[in-house]
Every structure is written in C-alpha cells, then in structure tokens.
Design a protein around this ligand. Structure first.
Ligand SMILES: Cc1ncc(C[n+]2csc(CCOP(=O)(O)OP(=O)(O)O)c2C)c(N)n1
Length: 636
C-alpha cells in the first residue's frame, strides 16, 4: 500500500533497476505506476518541474521497462522533460528528490548521469535522428539490441523529426518509434499532422480491419499465406479509403495502434509485436497530459513546467505580484503597438504563453502565427512576411533560436529585411539547466551584417527597444532574461537612437560596461566600490551592435581600465565586441577584464546560484573591480 508523504511505498522501494519489473504481474505494475505518480507529484510540488508531461507517460514508461532490456536496449526520450518515471525506475529514485538543484540530477536525460540515458536531450524533435544514428551504429558493429525513440505529438511537428521519419523509411533499419500522443504541445498543437493523428485516434477502423483480415487469412490452411500476400495489395488499396496510419506506412514504417497509453497490458502487447517486426515501426499510444492529478488534467498547460506549488490548490508557493516578467511586458507592449499599427504581426514557435504572446493571440488572432516547434520555419516565414510588407515580430527563446542560425543570416540579414526578434530567456535559466540556457545569442548574432542587437535593463527599456525596432528598415533583435523586472515607470515611450548608450554613473577610476540584465548588480557594485573609495563610471550600452563607440572610448580613455559584465559566454560576447572596438580604435593600452559565463555546460541550479558560480553577483563584480584596479596600480 502507498504510504503518505514522500516515503516510498512498498513496491517502488524494492525497485532498484528495471529488471525487477519483469517479476511483477499486471496488477502490481499498475500499482507501481500509481506509486511513481504519487512520488512525481510530491517532488515536483516541492521543487518545481515538468509535471503534466511526466504524469502522462507513467504507464508507458512502466510498460517500456517491463518489456525491453535497458540499458542494453536504448530508450531515447524526445525533449526529455517527461523522463521522471524513467529516472525513478533506473536507479535514481533517491536522487530524484534533488532533481533540478545545484549538484543534483538533471530534469532531462543525460549521458553522463546514467547508462540508462543513451542520449541527452532538452531541445525538441531530436529523438528520431538520434535513435536512427544509434541503430545504424549498432548495425555497423553487428550488435543486437533494440532502439526505441519516444516522441510526443508536439515534437513530431519539428522539421528534424520529419526529416528523420523520411530517412528511417529509406534506410529500413530496425527502429521503434513510440508516438506519445497527448493531443497537446505546451499549448494547443498546430498543423496538419496533429489533425491526421486526431483522425487516427477517432477512427481506428483501418487498424481493426487490417488485424481482422490478417487473422482470418492466416488461419486458412495451405493457401492462407498466399492469400495474405494478395491481401497486402488489397490492404494497400483499402488503406487509402480508410486512411489511418497511411502516412507513416507510406514513409516505410509499420504502424501499430492506436492504443490506450494508460493501459499497461495493451501497451505491453503492442510492444512485444513491435519487437518482432523488421524495419521501422511506429507505435501510436494515446495518453492524457497530467493523467492522475485532476488539477493537471484540467490545466495541462499551466502544469507543463511549473515552480513549487501547493498540492491541493495548484497555486504557486512563491508569487510576487509587485513585479512583472520581461515576457509579460513585451507581450503587453506589443499588443498596444499593434493597436496603432495594423501591419504588425506576431510569430512564435510553440511558445505563445511562455513568450507573453497569449493576449496578442486572443485579440489579434488574424495576425498571430504559432507555427509549432519549427523555429526555422518561423524565421523564414517572418522574412517572407517582411518581404510582403508586414512587420513581423518573432518571439522565441534564445536557446531555441539557435536552430535558425542560417535562416536569420541567409533569409533575414542578407536581404536586410525588417524582422524583429524578441529573444526571451536570454542568459541563465536556472533549474532547466544547460540545454535551456540562452548564452550564445550575442555571439551568433553579433557577426551577422545588418542586424541591430539590443539588451534592455528593465521593463521601460524593453518597450522602448520594441518601439525602436519597429521603426528600423532592417533586422533587429532584443534579448532579455528569464524572470521579473520593474513595471513600466512611464507611459511615455521613447524611440532610441541606434548605437547610443547611456552613462549611468560617472567616476574616473574604472569603467564598468554592464550589458542588459547585469546593470542592476553593476550599480550595486558601484555603490559598494564607492565605500572602498573606488569611483567608477557605469555605462548601460543598450546596443550590443552597433556599440556606442564614442561614449565607450571616451570613458575608457578617462578610466584606463574597463570591466565588461554580461550574462553570456565570454567567447564572442559583449566583452569581445569591446575588445574588438579597442583594437580598431588603436586603444590596446586599455586594460580590459571580461566577466561572463566561463563554462556554459555546468548543469542546473537556481539562476542566482549559477550566476554566482560564474562570479556574476554584486560581490563578484566588486572583487573583480578591486583586482583590476590593484593590478593596474601595480603596473603604474
Ligand atoms: C527546439 C525546441 N523548441 C521548443 C521547445 C519547448 N518545448 C518543450 S516541450 C514542448 C512541447 C512538446 O510537446 P510534445 O512533444 O507533444 O510533448 P508533451 O509535453 O505534450 O508530452 C515545447 C514546445 C523545445 N524544448 N525545443
């Protein structure tokens, strides 16, 4: 029986590895699923995490581990946010309590964490390509194991997943794709493919007919097998009439399902069938996001990724109504600007609520486009809209925009098209860890010709930057961090002059150049340094590209020492841009120290913890400033 609280119950406490599942009967497997579900709810309520998706695959995970032989068989989870039951069953149930914390285990599969995680994930739509690669490596090494990719209906809309589906049929190696179809991405899923899946779910006629026909023919002595082959041809024509599975079958997959993804017995049955089939197989499991926790079943989007919450009410334990998120300010500002300018359109790639575009999508549904998990399509479609005379604002998280590097360069910048990129979650994201940190965008944008790159330091500035971006004749990007900022201090929104920064504090000992999110802590450091009799100038550059050459060079000449601070990797970032500027201006005598993220692959923790680890706290800035002043004093 399940015990209350966080204590592990009887069945689960005896499970150290998936082999133990093989001894359990159907009833016990169902009980185990309930115990796992309870543990997931308790831990996520305390620590936050991806709840709804994980609850939806508990039975699927139990069935997988009861049939397949992991870690010999390789299970690749797409996105990986739904892998909690998998972690619990694969020797990590004690570590699970500390998941997503500094020094704890990741909330996503990680190769270095466990042999049961054959491929690390975080970004969507990679599982089929990765699994295909593992399967091909297996074939080349003449090894014998199964490779299983578990992919959601949302992730299946990503271009990479479709490319892999296309190639898997051609290559025809043994590969099992399990489609975890819960009818939702984070928000509503979009496009023709989800509609196709909906038809499969609601009309399994073809599957039944195929099964019944084969069953019947196989049992006719002697000629049955021959007739079965002829029936294959019949099946081919019938399937066009009755449709289900035809898309996958045409791509070279054997389609199995749909099956109730919460019925372990039926899942096991289809998994056994899939094990025997040669070539690629697609097993279609229909699941419910948030299954077994009524609040999450009702509001799967709210419970997709959530902070610590009260289990009985679902309310967040910490909610600060005095401040507002950058995403919300961006969303409401865009909404206002769209009232006055009907050429403004908004585009997102499956992140409408995350990027603050939900109100826009409701008020201006005709001017709002959610393309699904398809960042590349979002960018080139935006470029097309700009070419067609609209003003597209594309809101994407920094980490996911990495997918569309070439589209930004080739389709937007090369053609000087006025596309505005609203780059959300730029910087450290905290608990989601290294796959989700947005630490590369200055670097991947700064070297592209034509684009203007801005970094706001508060809500007022993000609005001004958006207004400015919408007046530009070419491409622009505004990058802002996860989290809260001050609400708008004035309704009067200024248009900024591209390439103009602001001198915020004046002093002659040291120049601190603090980009975007780093300005508030640089100002705290300024205060602390003043107490040490070190008088600094502080510049808010506002524009990472083009830099305010005049202002920066003038104060660098005055101070002779420059400390750059940014929430970004050091290589190719804002500090690098300043170094380049000094080289161009023959100012290499200026002593420069760059502060930023030294190692972007250091796992998860709270945002503050990760920033502090990289020296990006007020104290860290103070220390570096003092060191820089002392070092140059010694030289002088
Ligand atoms: C490239 C990329 N874009 C966006 C995301 C954000 N994201 C995480 S999960 C998710 C929805 C995935 O839907 P689905 O595959 O159906 O899984 P479910 O959560 O419904 O189980 C999205 C858009 C991501 N992880 N990677």
């Amino acid at each position: 029986m399940t015990k209350s609280g966080d204590q592990l119950s009887k069945l689960l406490s005896d499970i150290e590895h998936p082999q133990s599942l093989k001894k359990l009967n159907s009833q016990e497997l169902n009980q185990l699923a309930q115990e796992i579900r309870e543990l997931i709810i308790n831990v996520v309520a305390k620590k936050g995490g991806h709840l709804a998706s994980s609850l939806g695959v508990v039975e699927l995970t139990v069935a997988l581990h009861s049939i397949f032989q992991a870690p010999k068989d390789k299970i690749v989870w797409d996105v990986g946010h739904q892998c909690y039951a998998h972690k619990i069953l694969t020797g990590r149930k004690d570590l699970f309590q500390e998941m997503r914390s500094l020094g704890g285990i990741s909330g996503f599969p990680r190769r270095e964490e466990s042999p049961y995680d054959p491929f690390g994930t975080g970004h969507s739509s990679t599982s089929l390509s990765a699994a295909l690669g593992i399967a091909l490596a297996r074939d080349l090494r003449q090894e014998d194991y199964k490779v299983i990719a578990v992919i959601g209906d949302g992730a299946l809309t990503g271009g990479m997943a479709l490319e892999a589906l296309n190639y898997a049929g051609e290559i025809d190696t043994d590969l099992i794709a399990i489609l975890n179809d819960n009818k939702l991405s984070i928000d509503q899923n979009v496009g023709g493919l989800p509609s196709h899946l909906a038809r499969l779910r609601s009309d399994p006629k073809y599957y039944r007919l195929k099964e019944e026909l084969e069953f019947f023919l196989e049992r006719i002595p002697a000629i049955g097998k021959t007739m079965l082959r002829s029936a294959e041809r019949l099946k081919d024509s019938v399937k066009y009439l009755l449709v289900p599975g035809v898309l996958f079958e045409e791509l070279g997959f054997t389609y199995l399902g749909p099956v109730d993804g919460h019925n372990i017995y039926n899942l096991q049955d289809l998994m056994r069938q899939a094990q025997k089939i040669k070539g690629p197989v697609l097993l279609h499991a229909v699941t419910q996001k948030g299954k077994g926790y009524s609040l999450a079943e009702k509001e799967p989007c709210y419970f997709h990724g959530i902070g610590p919450f009260h289990k009985d009410t679902g309310k967040l334990l910490v909610s600060d109504s005095s401040s507002i998120s950058y995403s919300e300010i961006f969303g409401s500002s865009l909404l206002k600007m769209a009232e006055d300018d009907e050429s403004i359109v908004a585009i997102t790639a499956a992140m409408a609520s995350g990027t603050g575009l939900e109100p826009f999508s409701q008020k201006y549904s005709q001017r709002f486009y959610d393309v699904g998990i398809a960042e590349q399509n979002a960018v080139t479609m935006g470029a097309g809209m700009a070419a067609g005379g609209r003003k597209p604002v594309i809101a994407i998280y920094s980490t996911f925009l990495q997918r569309a590097y070439d589209q930004i360069l080739h389709d937007v910048c090369l053609q000087k098209l006025p596309v505005v990129f609203a780059i959300d979650r730029a910087g450290v994201v905290g608990e989601d860890g290294e796959t989700h940190n947005g630490l590369f965008d200055y670097a991947y944008l700064r070297h592209m010709p034509e684009i203007v790159v801005m970094a706001p330091t508060n809500g007022q500035e993000i609005t001004a930057m958006l207004k400015t971006a919408l007046t530009l004749q070419g491409p622009s990007a505004i990058r802002y961090p996860k989290g809260k900022t001050s609400p708008l201090s004035s309704t009067k929104i200024e248009t900024l002059l591209p390439g103009k920064g602001v001198l915020v504090k004046e002093g002659n000992d040291l120049l601190i150049l603090a980009a975007g999110s780093m300005l508030p802590r640089a100002l705290e450091a300024w205060e602390a340094l003043k107490r040490e009799n070190i008088y600094c100038s502080v510049i808010n550059p506002r524009f990472i590209k083009p830099l305010d050459k005049e202002l920066i060079c003038k104060w660098a000449q005055t101070c002779k020492k420059v400390l750059t601070v940014e929430e970004h990797v050091l290589a190719g970032g804002f500090g690098s841009a300043v170094l380049e500027l000094f080289e161009e201006e023959n100012m290499t005598q200026i002593k420069v120290k760059r502060m930023g993220i030294k190692n972007p692959f250091t796992g998860q923790g709270s945002r503050e913890q990760i920033l502090k680890l990289n020296g990006l706290s007020t104290e860290g800035i103070v220390q570096e400033a003092i060191k820089l002043c002392q070092a140059t004093a010694n030289i002088n």
